[in-house]
Ligand binder design. Structure first.
Ligand code: NAG
Ligand code: NAG
Ligand code: NAG
Ligand code: NAG
Ligand code: NAG
Length: 512
């Protein structure tokens, strides 16, 4: 899944053309004989018990990731990172990786026209630029040396398509042999505690790759606040993720760059029957029909602002069986298998899941979803909610299950298929203090229940009457008209808020 450079274990090993790597040519390195950037270490893979969902051993290359392929890696010192420790950690730059730079993820709707344009162009460039470090594996390990036993089955892939491929690889079924159905109850990135940590690293890797591509260490992925209720996709405009085509309900307008994009990882039938793996071949255009799933009215509306507030209140990170059936679990709620208040209910799709399903197309199908660039923005927002939860509850790593989570989801499992290896635990930390990026986000303020509204209205009315009475008395005494005019905005505001809440109640009753 990566170039041969990976196996350069001595970090200052001679290169044919340059003789010695440039980074090694400092007085310190020459005197000490080592770069100080890192060392080669044995990989430790999680060997704790995992949940009952996956009953096999030795049938899937992703078990004990990445030991099927490699058992040694570079471990970087200090602020260095990357497969050969040649890069800086997120949020750091300079030859010694000791200068901090801000990486601030913003609401895409608050960006200027120029920022929006730059972001869309950067995504498009990532779709067309070959990944400089990584190649993808296109056969299972038993066939990875090719038909002649000496032709490794790897391919180059673009930066953006690698982002799509890595998601596909983490969710794909286990091939059990010809003429046997593939095993479906396996998912290294969803339906378990690793959902939040896996997608966090997934985004971090795309952001890093795009920073390197652009030569800009402050480049940050924006987010889409999808918790706006209603049935309108506000980012589906031609200056952002593409408007709807006027000729085909399910397509993106030809005025958007994204109408030119072609998807990868669509040939599920091949993967299942032939035991092959998604490769870099692009096929059909992106399909998207926001709010278009008429057969399933529940997914024709986006989540409400209050859903985010409710899920942030949940105190427990995850609950047994650490699966898509967990109740009162923050993780299962933000993922969207529970009601926003935490109760598990098999028919409910909320928050993250609901935002995907709302798209009714490429972005709503797990093995394909990152092909629609909305995926990036939907997941940065999901990650922002996760980060807010971490900083509000300060839970510490102990709340992340060490064992008995579905395969791939235990605390110390190396997330599939990332390289160099990174565990779920490493992403279970507050981002600004530990991971070199932050969110600029305003969380909705709590709204009120009906009985609270009535109480507030009564108290408000009493206050208004008292104040009005007082002022009228004063006005009568002072014969001044000014003070009564000053009351109007106050009365107007009270009226507006009440009617807004009324309308929201009506709408949600009519769809469910
Ligand atoms: C690593 O893999 C190599 C090649 O398969 C093997 O010879 C070696 O014993 C392995 N080392 C460990 C620590 O598993
Ligand atoms: C890492 O970067 C931080 C922030 O600039 C700096 O304070 C620190 O000294 C650096 N650490 C090392 C080991 O270079
Ligand atoms: C990837 O592209 C590079 C540069 O064009 C080429 O040298 C290399 O052979 C390609 N690798 C694979 C696995 O196709
Ligand atoms: C890439 O995938 C497609 C669809 O499964 C398949 O037809 C094609 O042969 C694959 N290419 C390689 C080199 O395996
Ligand atoms: C989109 O909605 C249609 C109509 O309800 C439905 O038949 C179809 O399965 C949906 N497609 C996806 C990918 O969600």
């Amino acid at each position: 899944m990566w170039r041969a450079g990976l196996l350069v274990v001595t970090l200052c090993a001679p290169l044919t053309l340059a003789q010695f790597p440039r980074v090694c040519m400092s007085p310190e390195v020459l005197r000490s004989g080592q770069s100080g950037r890192g060392q080669c270490v044995a990989i430790s893979a999680d060997n704790m018990r995992y949940g009952p969902q996956y009953p096999y051993t030795g049938r899937d290359d992703r078990e004990m990731w990445p030991l099927r392929f490699f058992n040694r890696t570079c471990q970087c010192n200090g602020n260095f990172s990357g497969f050969d420790c040649g890069k800086c950690k997120h949020g750091l730059t300079g030859p010694n990786c000791d200068q901090s730079v801000p990486v601030v993820r913003k609401n895409i709707m608050d960006m200027s026209q120029v920022e929006k344009q730059n972001f869309v162009n950067a995504l498009d460039q990532a779709k067309r630029t070959t990944h400089p470090d990584l190649v993808i594996v296109i056969r299972r390990y038993p066939e990875v040396f090719g038909p002649d036993g000496n032709t490794p089955q790897f391919e180059n892939i673009s930066i953006y398509n690698y982002f799509v491929w890595s998601h596909y690889y983490s969710v794909s079924n286990t091939y059990l042999g010809p003429d046997q159905p593939t095993f479906e109850s396996i998912d290294f990135s969803h339906e378990g505690p690793g959902f939040v940590t896996w997608h966090r690293f997934h985004l971090l890797q795309l952001e890093k790759d795009m920073q390197n591509m652009l030569g800009n260490p402050t480049f940050a992925l924006p987010y889409w606040n999808f918790a706006i209720g209603g049935s309108e996709c506000d980012i589906c405009t031609d200056d952002l993720m593409g408007a709807r085509s006027s000729f085909d309900l399910n397509s993106i307008s030809s005025n958007s760059l994204f109408s030119q994009w072609r998807v990868v990882c669509e040939s599920v039938e091949d993967y299942d029957t032939l035991g092959t793996i998604c490769n870099s071949t692009e096929t059909a255009p992106i399909r998207r029909n926001p709010a278009g799933n008429v057969a399933r009215p529940m997914v024709q509306r986006l989540p409400e602002p209050k859903d985010v507030l409710d899920c942030l209140e949940l105190k427990t990170f995850d609950t047994p069986p650490f699966y898509s059936t967990s109740s009162e679990s923050f993780r299962n709620t933000i993922e969207g298998y529970s009601a926003p208040q935490g109760a598990y209910d098999p028919v409910i799709r909320s928050l993250h899941n609901l935002a995907h399903l709302f798209l009714n197309g490429t972005g709503g199908q797990t093995h394909l979803s990152p092909n629609d660039p909305i995926f990036v923005l939907l997941h940065t927002f999901t990650d922002a909610i996760f980060d807010e939860w971490l900083s509000r509850h300060q839970p510490g790593q102990v709340v992340y299950p060490e064992e008995n989570a579905p395969i791939g989801h235990n605390r110390r499992f190396n997330m599939v298929p990332f390289w160099p290896p990174v565990t779920n635990a490493e992403m279970f930390v507050v981002a600004p203090a530990n991971l070199g990026y932050s969110y600029e986000v305003e969380w909705p303020s709590p709204s009120f229940t009906l009985s609270e509204i009535i109480t507030i209205a009564i108290v408000g009315a009493v206050i208004v009457v008292t104040v009005v009475g007082g002022i009228i008395a004063c006005a009568l005494r002072a014969r001044s008209y000014r003070s009564s005019e000053a009351l109007e905005p106050l009365l107007g505001e009270t009226f507006r808020r009440y009617s807004e809440d009324d309308r929201r109640l009506d709408k949600s009753q009519s769809v469910v």
